[in-house]
Design a protein around this ligand. Structure first.
Ligand SMILES: Cc1cc2nc3c(=O)[nH]c(=O)nc-3n(C[C@H](O)[C@H](O)[C@H](O)COP(=O)(O)OP(=O)(O)OC[C@H]3O[C@@H](n4cnc5c(N)ncnc54)[C@H](O)[C@@H]3O)c2cc1C
Length: 489
């Protein structure tokens, strides 16, 4: 490597690339070094089994990607990113013939929730109407909120457990099941504090902007970010796993799109002992077991409304979801696990030859488990779609170990960059005023182990860049979408 840079970034995931673009836009020279032979981290797409059939290897559904204030500021749609929306954002199969649907329309969703519809509307309406303001407070590190009233209202509900929230708002089954399935993305037992935050924010995002997929696969998000990086002269090297900062060119700042365990391996010798100890206590969550399928026809859903949604949750009532997540927490796979099922080709036929479909599903498994959940997952799918196995042409499975081998950030198969219980949700990765700082003045973290956490939204990268720009370079960060609107108003 020929020269020194202002900033060297380790890891080309959505957060590493987002940070790199922010540095480039602030006029700094930037190099990104990525272990894999393709950039993108959790936003990559590949022909896994057959030519012409595109599978998202990790992320598919993007409620936070489509609303992300940084992605919107980058105008990724102007450089090829196109969002594809299924008619319904999400379907949740209750298991006894009932299906709850999250439509983008709050009215339509509430109407289908029967007697709980008015309560669902009352709960969600303030957060949907003010979603832009809300998400700019929530997709950010802890700080004094720009709208304290809205944040207080959100906090009162969001800091509760999902089970507690459901008991106090609803009498029936559909609304609690719908929110439970969404909250289970946290991979934390649903009776724990703050699990309601996931349910509310992801449901509100669905009402504000849908749960779209990227046309052509999530790789399209990465490709758009790479175009923006190229425009600002950012450089990228792939196929180089960084074992130590000593392997990298000189830089005024190093920004790591990795989790605390890798931070310690790569740069532990440069951190003060006190910080090393704090990062060593960072906790990881359960893992996932994933199946990708190539299908020779549509999924034969028992209830055809499931075909309306690119994402389908398969698990039953709130009690079923809670029991499945508790089992994983207790160290074993539930007989009927909570299954997240993705069928992106229902709204994005560009991924498949005519008549074919791609689908994937994962369930949560104990941290670091090598368990094979193929049968448990496919049994869950068969219950909702009898004859499903008959349309499977090929499948590829990935257990928690293999997931970590694919991307070192998925420690023990944990796809959220660390356990997301109340403590690590609010104070991630460790309690400190600047959560992107590490104790070494020129080394920073920017991955989903930092606020606001998991998902393809680039906001961890943006806020990390803002911290580095201010602390190391005394420069301002480029504005977010909402800030552009504010200054134009
Ligand atoms: C199966 C699965 C499904 C998911 N579904 C969704 C979804 O539908 N929607 C959603 O929003 N999110 C989803 N996610 C989560 C999402 O992918 C992550 O939250 C997101 O990618 C985190 O971005 P990141 O930049 O922090 O880290 P990553 O995307 O993990 O990127 C980190 C990068 O750093 C590289 N790296 C790590 N160590 C080193 C090293 N030592 N040297 C060099 N490079 C290194 C890695 O190779 C990787 O490219 C899913 C994840 C998985 C695994």
């Amino acid at each position: 490597m020929p020269r020194s840079y202002d900033v060297v970034i380790v890891g080309a995931g959505p957060n590493g690339l987002s940070a790199a673009i922010a540095f480039g836009r602030a006029g700094l020279s930037t190099l990104v070094v990525e272990a894999s032979d393709t950039p993108g981290g959790g936003a990559r797409t590949k022909e896994l089994m057959f030519g012409g059939m595109l599978h998202d290897i990790c992320s598919t559904n993007h409620p936070l990607g489509v609303t992300s204030p940084w992605f919107r500021a980058l105008e990724l749609d102007a450089v090829g990113l196109e969002w594809a929306h299924s008619p319904a954002a999400l379907a949740h199969v209750l298991g006894d013939g009932r299906v709850a649907l999250l439509h983008q329309s709050l009215d339509a969703t509430a109407e289908l929730l029967g007697a709980d519809g008015p309560s669902y509307r009352r709960l969600m309406e303030p957060f949907v109407e003010e979603f832009d303001t809300l998400q700019r407070m929530v997709l950010a590190p802890l700080r004094f909120p720009r709208d304290p009233g809205l944040m207080a209202r959100f906090g009162i509900e969001a800091l509760r457990s999902l089970t507690g929230l459901s008991k106090s708002w609803f009498d029936g089954d559909e609304a609690p099941a719908l929110l439970a399935g969404i909250a289970a993305h946290a991979m934390v037992p649903l009776d724990r504090l703050a699990t309601a935050s996931f349910g509310i924010i992801l449901a509100a995002a669905g009402h504000a902007a849908g749960w779209p997929v990227a046309r052509g696969g999530s790789q399209a998000i990465t490709n758009a970010l790479l175009t923006r990086l190229d425009e600002v002269g950012g450089e990228i090297i792939v196929g180089q796993r960084v074992g130590s900062l000593d392997e990298l060119p000189a830089a005024r700042a190093y920004v790591l799109d990795v989790t605390p365990r890798q931070l310690l391996a790569i740069a532990g010798d440069r951190l003060p002992a006190r910080d090393r100890d704090r990062f060593a206590k960072f906790r990881y969550g359960p893992g996932v077991f994933k199946i990708d399928w190539a299908l020779n026809g549509p999924v034969p859903w028992r209830d055809p409304r499931c075909a309306l949604a690119a994402t389908v949750h398969l698990s039953g009532t709130i009690d079923d979801v809670a029991a499945a997540e508790q089992a994983v927490h207790d160290g074993h796979l539930a007989e009927r696990p909570f299954v997240l099922f993705g069928q992106p080709s229902v709204c994005d036929p560009s991924r498949v030859p005519p008549g074919m479909h791609v689908a994937w599903a994962y369930c949560h498994v104990p941290h670091g488990s090598g368990v094979d959940a193929t049968q448990a997952i496919e049994d869950q799918v068969e219950r909702a779609a009898p004859g499903f196995r008959d349309v499977v042409t090929a499948r590829l499975t990935t257990n928690a170990h293999e997931l970590e081998r694919y991307n070192a950030n998925y420690v023990g198969g944990d796809i959220n960059g660390g356990y997301a219980d109340a403590r690590q949700l609010l104070f991630r990765p460790v309690p400190r005023l600047d959560p992107y700082a590490t104790g070494a003045p020129n080394i920073f973290l920017c991955s989903s182990s930092t606020p606001p956490g998991g998902g393809v939204h680039g906001m961890c990268g943006y806020w990390a860049a803002k911290s580095v720009l201010s602390k190391v370079f005394d420069r301002a960060a480029p504005p977010l979408a909402g800030e552009l609107l504010t200054s134009a108003a």
